[in-house]
Ligand binder design. Structure first.
Ligand SMILES: Cc1cc2nc3c(=O)[nH]c(=O)nc-3n(C[C@H](O)[C@H](O)[C@H](O)COP(=O)(O)OP(=O)(O)OC[C@H]3O[C@@H](n4cnc5c(N)ncnc54)[C@H](O)[C@@H]3O)c2cc1C
Length: 421
């Protein structure tokens, strides 16, 4: 049964650019738009900037380079340099030290003049024809609206686009997405002694695990000096992150699985005999959700394409990383096959601006892991350094759209390229 629901709410802010979601893409979009002189509102349902790496306990930042060239220019470069990483490029992954990264995000965001609204959840949009006029938000003070000229969807779930009636794709032909992970924090690990993630198969045979899931990224050495690491361990399968009951069940499941991994690490992994599971994340780690239908859908056959798209907004290089879809040997095989798509040093793929321009809605862009891409490309563009690239382009593109008073899809690409190089 449906019921009608109607309410008058205050238009509390007028903005040039409204952004939902303060993950790496929303952060980059907001800072870049503000630096272009835009009045920017960034709404975030939690109390932190950083998205999955903070809320879901994602343990690492993937590579910022292709082995030869540095890839996320501009704001991505600023974050990288602020973290004091080396300038020798070797495709390294970097362990996240969250409080350090949070302060960097905070400083860059506040100095740019972005108006951040924490604990503020995007719940709806208001449209006139093919344009969004307002975002409807819910916060501890109740519901209110923000008017804006251009909107950017950085929710990671394509949620703003979904509310605006944009088309989207979800999962494989059966609607299944890659597995999710409830990440975790561990203490008591002797990282000098711990050389591997142990003998999973033996433990599985001996009944430690309730499901077969040998793909184990593992406990990373985030704070080796005090034996603390972040766990990317265990998968929850067949979760639909757009279905409230499914995602609720996954949280219960994720916590149950983690207790099995605690037994495993203590008994089967040298160096982790005294490992203690300190905390599971408050948010499920979702690798794949809605893929918003954009003016151009990036497809896996462009992964090895050397030429640049005419509207290239950046290049990135990271394997097609589709985590197992099922808890069995087929899941393992699928994972290995996908992961075999990777570049040689110096190779990368081109990302066009059109993959950020949401089809059918004049003033809506998308950045981060929900951009217009097939499943293979989504499995690569989803990682954090690439989210800086797409976020920066979306924020800058939105600013050009506002300033030149043209639809987001019709901006002058040369202007955009000049601003993000
Ligand atoms: C288990 C796991 C491990 C991973 N490991 C790595 C890794 O090691 N290295 C790496 O680089 N990448 C990794 N990734 C990928 C990466 O973390 C994400 O794909 C990336 O953070 C996506 O960035 P985003 O900005 O698109 O979205 P997110 O980081 O998901 O941020 C979205 C933000 O939007 C907010 N939001 C959502 N809906 C609303 C709403 N309605 N109103 C207001 N706010 C909203 C959320 O609270 C969140 O802050 C991993 C992902 C997972 C799940």
């Amino acid at each position: 049964m449906d019921i009608a629901y109607q309410k008058s709410i205050n238009v509390k802010y007028d903005a040039d650019v409204f952004i939902a979601g303060a993950g790496p893409s929303g952060f980059a979009a907001a800072v870049c738009a503000a630096r272009c002189g835009m009045k920017v509102i960034l709404s975030e349902q939690s109390g932190v900037i950083g998205g999955s790496s903070m809320l879901s306990g994602v343990p690492e930042l993937m590579n910022f380079d292709d082995g030869v060239n540095f890839l996320p220019k501009g704001i991505g470069r600023e974050v990288y340099d602020s973290l004091g990483y080396s300038h020798s490029y070797s495709r390294s992954w970097h362990n996240v030290r969250p409080e350090e990264l949070k302060l960097i995000y905070d400083a860059l965001t506040l100095s740019s003049g972005v108006k951040v609204l924490f604990y503020t959840h995007l719940t709806d949009v208001i449209k006139e024809g093919d344009k969004i006029t307002h975002a409807v938000l819910s916060s501890p003070e109740g519901s209110f609206a923000v008017s804006a000229k251009v909107f950017i969807d950085c929710t990671g779930q394509g949620f703003l686009s979904f509310l605006a009636g944009a088309s989207f794709l979800y999962g494989d032909e059966d609607g299944n997405t890659m597995s999710t992970t409830l990440c975790s924090v561990w203490a008591g690990v002797d990282f000098e002694k711990k050389k591997s993630e142990g003998d999973y198969e033996k433990a599985y045979r001996e009944g430690v695990f309730s499901q077969y899931d040998p793909i184990l990224p593992g406990i990373k050495a985030n704070f080796p000096e005090v034996g603390v690491g972040f766990g990317n361990v265990g998968h929850c399968f067949k979760v639909k992150d757009t279905d409230t009951e499914s995602i609720t069940d996954a949280m219960f499941m994720g916590r149950k699985i983690l207790s099995e991994y605690e037994t495993y690490y203590r008994n089967y992994v040298p160096g982790a005999e005294n490992a203690v599971l300190i905390k599971s994340a408050d948010f499920l780690g979702i690798r794949e959700s809605r893929r918003v239908v954009c003016e151009y859908m990036l497809t896996t056959d462009t992964f090895f394409m050397k030429e640049a798209f005419p509207d290239e907004i950046g290049r990135y290089s990271y394997p097609v990383d589709i985590h197992p879809m099922s808890a069995d040997k087929n899941g393992v095989k699928g994972f290995a096959k996908a992961l075999s798509m990777r570049h040689e040093n110096g190779e990368s793929y081109s990302i066009p601006y059109r993959s950020l321009v949401v089809k059918g809605i004049k003033n809506l862009l998308v950045a981060g892991r929900a951009i217009g891409a097939d499943r293979g490309m989504q499995a690569s563009v989803r990682v954090i350094p690439c989210c800086f690239i797409t976020g920066q382009a979306a924020g800058t593109g939105a600013s050009i759209s506002v300033r030149d008073n043209v639809p987001a899809k019709d901006i002058n690409i040369e202007k955009l390229k000049a601003l993000i190089k």
